[in-house]
Design a protein around this ligand. Structure first.
Ligand code: GLU
Length: 279
C-alpha cells in the first residue's frame, strides 16, 4: 500500500515536471491566440545585410526588422517581446519546420519549391537579382559571367538562378552568408557577388566599400519577399497578411523604405499587392 502511494505520488511529480517542461519549451510561442501578453515571439532575420537585417551593438536594424516589428505588434507583441534569431539562407525552411522561429523576415523569396516545405504571407517587397562588381569592371548581361568567378550563398535563389539560368558555366563559389563574399570581391579572388539588388545596394553604400564596388543594374530575376511561416499555419498567414496590408495603408511601409533604403539610395519597387507574385 505504502509502495503504491509513493508510486502514485512520483507519477504526479513526474507528470507535473513533464507539463512544466512542455510549457517551458513553448514559452516563446503564442501563435494561436495572438494576444501576446507576457509571451515572446521569435523572428528569423539576417544579421549581416545592412538596410535589411543587421545586428549592431545597439540592436537590430533594417527593412525586414521594421516589417517584423510591425507584424509582431499587430499580432499582439510589443517590441520587447520579440526575440530575433539569425536564419541564414540555407537554414530557413528547417528553422520553421522545427519551430525554432515563429516567422521569418529575411529577404526570403517566395518560390514554388519552398512552398512545398513552408507557407508564405506577402509578398511585401519586390527585388531583383543583380551583381556587385568592382567599380572599374563592366558586366552588361548575365551570360558575361560564364567562366568568371562568382560568389553567392548556399540555399539562395541567387545561386540557383546562376546555375539554372543565366550563367551555368560560371565558377560559382557558394558560402554561408553574403558578407563572406565581400573580401573576395575586394581582393580579386572573385569577379562578382550575386544576389538581390536590395542587399547589394546596402553593401555598396557601406563606408569601407564606398567607391570600390558598384551594382551592374541587370534585374536578372524577380524576387518576391514573403514572410515564411510553418507549413499549414493558415491562421498565421492570414493574420500576417492583414498586418502587411495595414502597414502599406497607414504608410508605415513607406517610412520603413525611406529609413532603411534611403541611405543606400536603393530605388525599390512600389509596395506589392498581397498575394500577387510577379513571375
Ligand atoms: N531572396 C533570395 C533568396 O531568398 C536571395 C537572398 C537570400 O538568400 O536571402 O534566396
Amino acid at each position: 500500500m505504502k509502495l503504491r502511494k509513493v508510486t502514485a505520488a512520483s507519477a504526479t511529480v513526474l507528470a507535473l515536471a513533464l507539463s512544466a517542461t512542455a510549457c517551458g519549451s513553448d514559452s516563446g510561442k503564442d501563435t494561436g491566440s495572438g494576444d501576446g501578453g507576457d509571451k515572446k515571439i521569435t523572428v528569423g532575420i539576417k544579421y549581416d545585410q545592412p538596410g535589411l537585417g543587421l545586428k549592431t551593438p545597439d540592436g537590430f536594424t533594417g527593412f525586414d526588422v521594421d516589417v517584423a516589428k510591425y507584424v509582431a505588434k499587430e499580432l499582439g507583441y510589443a517590441e520587447g517581446d520579440i526575440e530575433f534569431k539569425e536564419t541564414k539562407s540555407a537554414d530557413r525552411e528547417t528553422a520553421l519546420a522545427r519551430g525554432d522561429v515563429d516567422f521569418i523576415t529575411a529577404t526570403y523569396s517566395i518560390t514554388d519549391e519552398r512552398k512545398q516545405k513552408v507557407d508564405f504571407a506577402g509578398p511585401y517587397l519586390l527585388a531583383h537579382q543583380d551583381l556587385l562588381i568592382r567599380a572599374d569592371d563592366n558586366v552588361t548581361k548575365g551570360e558575361d559571367l560564364n567562366g568568371k568567378k562568382l560568389c553567392s550563398v548556399v540555399g539562395s535563389t541567387s545561386a540557383q538562378n546562376v546555375k539554372k539560368d543565366f550563367a551555368p558555366k560560371a565558377q560559382l563559389q557558394e558560402v554561408g552568408t553574403y558578407s563572406e563574399c565581400l573580401n573576395g570581391l575586394q581582393s580579386g579572388a572573385v569577379d562578382a557577388l550575386t544576389t538581390d539588388d536590395s542587399i547589394l545596394a546596402g553593401y555598396a553604400a557601406q563606408e569601407q566599400y564606398k567607391g570600390k564596388f558598384k551594382l551592374a543594374g541587370l534585374k536578372l530575376s524577380n524576387e518576391n519577399y514573403g514572410i515564411g511561416v510553418k507549413k499549414g499555419d493558415k491562421e498565421m498567414v492570414d493574420k500576417i497578411n492583414a498586418a502587411l496590408e495595414k502597414m502599406v495603408k497607414d504608410k508605415a511601409w513607406n517610412k520603413a523604405v525611406t529609413d532603411n533604403f534611403g541611405p543606400a539610395n536603393y530605388k525599390n519597387e512600389p509596395a506589392p499587392e498581397i498575394g500577387n507574385i510577379v513571375k
